[in-house]
Design a protein. Sequence first.
Length: 189
Amino acid sequence: VRSFVVIGQRATASPGFLLDDLPGTSGRIDLLLRCVRSALLVSHGVRRDTRVYLVLLGGPDAPKSIRVDGSIAEFLRPDERSMATRVQKALSAELAEGWTALRHGWAVARGGVEVVLADLGGARRFVLDEGGRDVRSISVPAEVAFFVGDHTGIADLTVGADAVSIGPRSVHADDAIAIVHNELDRRAT
Ligand SMILES: C[S@@+](CC[C@H](N)C(=O)[O-])C[C@H]1O[C@@H](n2cnc3c(N)ncnc32)[C@H](O)[C@@H]1O
């Protein structure tokens, strides 16, 4: 399983944002939704071997984390509006201890990086970082998790991970995810 963990330093953990103004009202959840798309969706399909986590660290209800599991995801559409509605539902859910499973492969938990780390189990962890080692020079096991920052970067997350770079330019988080997938897809053939 390939996992991508997207850290939203300001992304709101409350459902009260406006679908008509996501960038202005959600702490840039729009960036995170684009990451869900690039992590899970290919042309006419879902990457069944991939999971994406959104860590929402903004607003009074933070921290919360959302997981979308490609192995069971259904009705996942590429447009931000429909994904934003899913996120709103997840953030409105009554939360139990640990992960609360929602419909169609979505789940939500109270807590930030620590709940995601517990869920990742023994997966090898990498942080995507412009200053890290070239992804082309490292071996990547099948059970792997990549941590990705938002527009504010990844801050000081001590997740016991090695830093890897996907190239010399700092790109948008969703593009970084697409490039990692492409690198690994090329190896898998
Ligand atoms: C828009 S970038 C963050 C920009 C910059 N670090 C900052 O704070 O302004 C979003 C995330 O994409 C990933 N990323 C972007 N370019 C990358 C690269 N060349 N190599 C590895 N990761 C990259 C990193 O995880 C980064 O935190």
